[in-house]
Design a protein around this ligand. Structure first.
Ligand code: B16
Ligand code: MG
Length: 215
C-alpha cells in the first residue's frame, strides 16, 4: 500500500545531470585528470565534496582542505551558471504529468535530493509547489548510499518508508532506498539500476493507476 512518492531531482525530475557532468569535467581538466561519462556514473547522487574527492583520488592528487573548498566552490559556480537560465523546457518527460496525477490522488510528494541547489532549481522550473516536503543536500551531511535524505523525506510526509516509493536515477540512490526500507523505482537503464524493484527509462507513462498496480 503506497501513500507517498519521494523523488530524486537531478536526472529524474529535471535534466541537470548533464550540467553537473560538464562542470565536473571542467574541474577535472583544470586538475589534469581524465574524466569520462563512466566516471560520472560514480558521481550521480553523490555530494559535492565526495564527488570532488573521487576526481582527486582518480588523479592521485593530494591537497589541503582549503584547496578542496576552493575547487568545490568553483565547480558549483560553474554549475549554478549553467542552470541559471533553466526553465520548464528542461523538465524531464512525464514528470509534471505524474506530479499532477499524484496530487489529484492525494499521494504525499517529497523531494530526496543530494543537491544543495534543489530549492532554487525547483523554483526556476515552477514545480516547487507540488512538493509537500523537501529533503535536500542542506538537510543532512550524509550522502547517498546512506538513506538519511530519504528517511528525512518520509518523516516530513509522516509516513513509514515501506509506504513510499523512491524514484532514483543513480545506483547509490537505489542502494540508499533499499537500505532505508523503501520501495524503489529506478529511472534509467535497468542493467545499471539492477537493484531497483522496478525500472523505467523515464517517468513518461507513469500514473498513480500504473504505480498502484506495480506496487
Ligand atoms: P550540489 P540528486 C545530486 O542530485 C547529483 O546527482 C550529484 O551529481 C551532485 O553532486 C549532488 O546532487 C550535489 O549537488 O553540488 O548541487 O549540492 O541526483 O541527488 O538530485
Ligand atoms: Mg539523480
Amino acid at each position: 500500500m503506497i501513500r507517498g512518492c519521494i523523488f530524486d531531482l537531478d536526472g529524474v525530475i529535471v535534466d541537470t545531470a548533464k550540467y553537473h557532468y560538464l562542470a565536473w569535467k571542467r574541474m577535472a581538466s583544470l586538475l589534469g585528470v581524465a574524466f569520462t561519462e563512466e566516471d560520472n556514473e560514480h558521481l550521480k547522487g553523490v555530494s559535492r565534496m565526495q564527488s570532488l574527492q573521487y576526481i582527486l583520488n582518480k588523479g592521485g592528487i593530494k591537497c589541503s582542505d582549503e584547496d578542496k573548498q576552493k575547487y568545490a566552490k568553483a565547480k558549483n559556480e560553474w554549475y549554478v551558471d549553467y542552470i541559471s537560465t533553466i526553465d520548464e523546457t528542461e523538465i524531464l518527460p512525464g514528470a509534471q504529468e505524474l506530479l499532477i496525477d499524484l496530487k489529484k490522488n492525494n499521494v504525499g510528494i517529497a523531494l530526496g535530493s543530494a543537491s544543495k541547489n534543489a530549492k532554487p532549481l525547483l523554483k526556476n522550473i515552477h514545480l516547487i509547489d507540488f512538493f509537500d516536503f523537501i529533503s535536500d543536500g542542506n538537510s543532512t551531511e550524509k550522502s547517498k548510499p546512506d538513506p538519511d535524505v530519504f528517511l528525512i523525506a518520509a518523516k516530513g510526509l509522516n509516513l513509514q518508508p515501506a509506504y513510499c516509493i523512491v524514484f532514483e536515477d543513480s545506483v547509490k540512490g537505489i542502494e540508499a532506498a533499499l537500505k532505508g526500507g523503501f520501495r524503489s523505482m529506478g529511472i534509467g537503464d535497468k542493467n545499471v539500476l539492477n537493484g531497483a524493484e522496478h525500472t523505467m527509462p523515464g517517468l513518461s507513462g507513469l500514473s498513480w493507476e500504473v504505480l498502484e498496480k506495480l506496487y
